[in-house]
Design a protein around this ligand. Structure first.
Ligand SMILES: [Zn+2]
Length: 182
């Protein structure tokens, strides 16, 4: 057993307060180099531990984390279906949950009309719906349904409008690109 491991073991035993070094001073060297630094993840204010990340973000960065979490969640949901239903209800009523439902509804309709090509990144579209600012709506610049052209359900045809602007626009298209009526 190396010296710092020994010190670590002591500080983790109930020897604390009996003259041994406090735990932070006896941590393994690979963690000490991150001492005083913050987690490297954007916007995270917790102290760094392993690999320059806080424990939460370190855990999430490990291979297979998402899969392990999925399995664990499924196990919990099976064990407690009542809590599972409550969680789903909460999610459906949250701002993000509603935005997700809106994006799913739009995608379903777009697919029926073949307005969403297979090669489009659907996660990107979903992100646009999830990031829609409060009080705004996601609008198709070229409408999915119009007398002149039919737009696609693709990221570059989406924009944020206020409900009033959106209602005024209806299914019309921007003046400049409108073809003269036959
Ligand atoms: Zn973090």
């Amino acid at each position: 057993m190396r010296a710092h491991d020994r010190a670590y073991a002591y500080s983790n035993s109930n020897a604390n307060g009996l003259g041994f070094k406090p735990i932070m001073q006896t941590r393994p060297k690979k963690y000490q180099k991150n001492k005083g630094k913050l987690c490297g993840k954007d916007g995270c204010a917790r102290a760094a531990a392993a690999l320059g990340l806080c424990l939460q973000h370190y855990k999430r960065s490990r291979p297979g984390y998402a899969e392990r979490r999925r399995v664990e969640k499924r196990r919990q949901d099976k064990a407690n279906p009542e809590a599972h239903r409550a969680r789903c209800r909460r999610w459906g009523r949250s701002q993000r949950g509603k935005a997700w439902k809106r994006s799913a509804r739009r995608l379903r309709r777009a697919k029926l009309k073949n307005a969403c090509p297979k090669w489009v990144d659907r996660r990107e579209i979903q992100r646009i719906y999830l990031n829609c600012p409060r009080g705004m709506q996601v609008d198709h610049f070229y409408p999915l349904k119009s007398d002149f052209v039919c737009g696609l359900h693709v990221p570059w045809n989406l924009q944020y409008l206020t409900p009033v602007e959106n209602a005024r626009k209806g299914n019309s298209i921007p003046e400049a690109s409108r073809a003269p009526r036959q």
